[in-house]
Design a protein around this ligand. Structure first.
Ligand code: PLP
Length: 487
């Protein structure tokens, strides 16, 4: 770190403006520093927060052309996260992923990426008109969880598509595993391809030696970090990182401005600045205390009958090159119950909100907000769960396989082509015009342009039977309808 991270220029300027300077507001937002906010809302959450919900003005700089406190705050973030530039975002990492793909690809450009990407990447491909070249990620045989990609598979794709414009990687996957980013980035750069990292689940990576290194250090030209996921900022706030090189800064600036609201929330922006300060000053000592607690919790969970935590024992120096231990992925399949059901059970029985359930696993995300008490509550709940349920290894829980359906049209073509709603059960061999997924994790079963198969319909039926609400399908009476291309 080269800079003085004691400062939080944007946060300080907002506090001065909203809480100290007492302006008479004749600008928007029309609630005028909270005066127009309904009383019951103010009574419930306090009045001060609304004094900080202000619009862009000279003292507070402008997000689309930062020359003041936002510029300073972004420079500090770039310094902490080891990149040449940082762009603050208020529409989540979704907009970061869109910005990365639209900064590198246009109509007809190929992009190489794993199939277990988040829906934001598929949506960005629609917006850009790009052509996806999918790589199957490695799947852990026991848990069915999708991991990183094998370097050889990416290299093969680069060799087969030397005209591709970019390689896009998850760094890490939802479950905390990273691919061999450096090897892949080097090979992609030798072939003049940009390297993009979805580091949504790894904003804390550069901050402790136990974590994998940040993508910007390993060769990414751009990376998106969801500060709101594990960095301590407010939901929706995120940071796009850029390194000088293959993608011009001016292209990124223009792309960011294409999507960004002209009324960005200063609460979100200031939360990025103050969270960056906290990470810079405190994360090292706090992780020093927290990580041994996480390790102990994982050991204790592994000692419970039938429970297995996916961890660094799976590392293979390739598709599972690195691992983030703050992702506690717990395989519960020995109890003959799906992770979807266990996810619901934990909320209902223990008031524990897990991050997600999958066929065989549930995921608990740990961050700087956790304590010995919260980790202990997680362990005690699992202890109780295992004491109340019988092991049932004979009852096999169905895996929902990650499929790569046949792509008949590009996602953009299919998204904009004439479409119609049809009962899911009658859609076999038709071409999907929409993405269908469980959220989280938001990895689609099918995306626009892909052929629907019986296997996809079966997966849908299983996932909804397990209590999931699927995005992209429409329930009418007892039937499920989906959007397909008109024949
Ligand atoms: C891998 C991945 N990328 C991108 C996103 C989008 O992030 P956000 O919700 O901040 O828009 C998510 C969200 O869960 C994600 O899991």
């Amino acid at each position: 770190m080269k800079n003085n991270h004691q400062k939080a220029p944007l946060y300080d300027a907002l506090i001065d403006y909203g809480l100290k300077s007492n302006p008479i507001a004749f600008d928007v937002p029309g609630h005028k520093l909270g005066n127009g906010i309904p009383k019951e809302f103010k009574d419930a959450v306090g009045a001060d927060i609304f004094k900080l919900d202000v619009n862009s003005m000279k003292e507070l700089d402008s997000l689309s052309n930062p020359i003041g406190v936002i510029k300073e705050a972004e420079a500090l973030a770039a310094d902490l996260f080891q990149a040449d530039h940082a762009f603050f975002l208020v529409n989540g990492s979704t907009s970061g992923v869109q910005n990365m793909i639209l900064s590198t690809c246009t109509d007809g450009d190929k992009i190489i990426l794993p199939r277990n990407i988040h829906k934001s990447a598929f949506n960005a491909i629609v917006l850009a008109g790009a052509v996806p070249i999918y790589i199957a990620p490695h799947i852990d045989e026991f848990s069915g969880v999708s991991m990183g990609v094998r370097s050889a598979d990416v290299i093969k794709a680069i060799d087969a598509h030397p005209d591709a414009k970019a390689v896009f990687l998850l760094h890490p996957t939802y479950f905390g595993y990273t691919s061999d980013f450096k090897t892949i980035a080097n090979y992609a750069h030798q072939h003049n391809m940009a390297v993009l990292a979805d580091q949504s689940h790894g904003s804390h990576f550069s901050l402790h030696n136990d974590f994998p290194q940040s993508a910007t250090v390993l060769g990414a030209d751009m990376a998106t970090i969801s500060m709101h996921k594990t960095g301590g900022s407010l939901t929706q706030s995120s940071i796009l990182l850029h390194n000088n090189g293959i993608i011009p800064y001016s292209r990124v600036r223009s792309t960011v401005n294409l999507f960004q609201t002209s009324s960005a929330s200063y609460l979100l922006l200031a939360s990025l600045d103050i969270a960056r300060k906290q990470l810079a000053l405190e994360s090292s000592s706090r992780f020093k205390t927290l990580l041994p607690l996480v390790k102990t919790t994982v050991q204790k969970l592994n000692n419970l009958p039938g429970i297995q935590v996916l961890s660094d024992h799976l590392l293979d120096n390739d598709a599972m090159h690195g691992f983030d231990i703050t992702k506690i992925t717990i395989d519960v399949s020995a109890y003959g119950m799906s992770g979807f059901k266990v996810y619901d059970y934990f909320k209902a029985r223990y008031n524990i909100q897990l991050e997600l359930g999958e066929s065989h696993v549930v995921l608990a995300v740990v961050s700087l907000g956790d304590t010995k008490t919260s980790l202990n509550a997680l362990y005690e709940a699992f202890k109780d769960f295992t004491s109340k349920h019988a092991l049932n290894p004979k009852k096999t829980v169905k895996h929902v396989k990650l499929r790569i359906p046949e792509m008949v049209f590009t996602p953009r073509h299919a998204f904009f082509a004439p479409s119609m709603l049809i009962a899911l059960s009658k859609s076999i061999d038709m071409i999907s015009a929409d993405s269908i997924m469980v959220y989280p994790p938001g990895i689609p079963l099918v995306v626009p342009g892909e052929k629907i198969t019986q296997a996809i319909i079966n997966d849908y039926a299983y996932l909804s039977k397990e209590g999931n609400i699927l995005i992209g399908a429409h329930q009418k009476d007892t039937n499920v309808y989906i959007k397909v291309l008109k024949p």
